[in-house]
Design a protein around this ligand. Structure first.
Ligand code: SF4
Ligand code: SF4
Ligand code: SF4
Length: 186
């Protein structure tokens, strides 16, 4: 595979979109870097849970990303609330996330915004699965470049049942859900 990809608008948009997510260093490194890195294709990931348990790092280098551009800002967020939540509020007993890594903030009736605390996220994918079942699928998993140990063979990729982890040029770095959206200038 050739790694000689020149920076283009698509790469720029990816980096800009990544930076807009906040919660850590999501910027792609130098677009001219002659390096390939491991990344998750969110369209292939089936949220099996192995990203939380099979990374050589603990906690995992895999974190949840929120594509706010396609989020429905749902009141009844299926990525935030347990399916049988006793109440539809921010009580800890109602939260789907096992580490309370998702914060819910009121925007305006009936909309709420959801934020991921990267330091608390273990990459379990529970919220991703929930969002994909009843929401817009805006939550997805990615390997954080600044956390990943860049293993020669990614231990998660070896056991990924969906073949969802692939090598991408460092100039690409992230496979974000809304990149086609951004490419269209939306
Ligand atoms: S191992 Fe593969 S299918 Fe399972 S959560 Fe990770 S990327 Fe998704
Ligand atoms: S449910 Fe899992 S993947 Fe989602 S924010 Fe919480 S720890 Fe991260
Ligand atoms: S390359 Fe290594 S550190 Fe990075 S996600 Fe895979 S197992 Fe974890």
């Amino acid at each position: 595979m050739s790694a000689d990809k020149k920076p283009d608008r698509r790469a720029f948009l990816r980096a800009a979109a990544a930076a807009a997510m906040g919660g850590g260093v999501w910027m792609a490194a130098s677009p001219s870097a002659d390096t390939w890195v491991w990344q998750i294709d969110p369209d292939k990931c089936t949220q099996c849970g192995r990203c939380a348990t099979h990374c050589v790092l603990n906690p995992s280098a895999v974190k949840c990303v929120h594509a706010t551009r396609i989020c429905g800002y749902c009141d009844l967020c299926s990525g935030y609330l347990q399916p049988a939540a006793p109440a539809l509020d921010t009580g800890a007993e109602n939260e789907l996330c096992p580490t309370a890594a998702i914060t819910r903030r009121f925007v305006e009736e009936p909309y709420f915004a959801y934020y991921i605390d990267e330091e608390l996220c273990i990459g379990c994918g529970k919220c991703v699965e929930g969002c994909g079942q009843f929401g817009n699928g805006s939550l997805h998993l990615q390997i954080k470049r600044d956390l990943c140990a860049h293993c020669n063979e990614c231990a998660i990729a070896i056991d990924c049942p969906s073949d969802a982890i692939e090598r991408v040029p460092l100039s690409r770095a992230y496979i974000l859900k809304y990149e086609e959206d951004a490419e269209d200038g939306a």
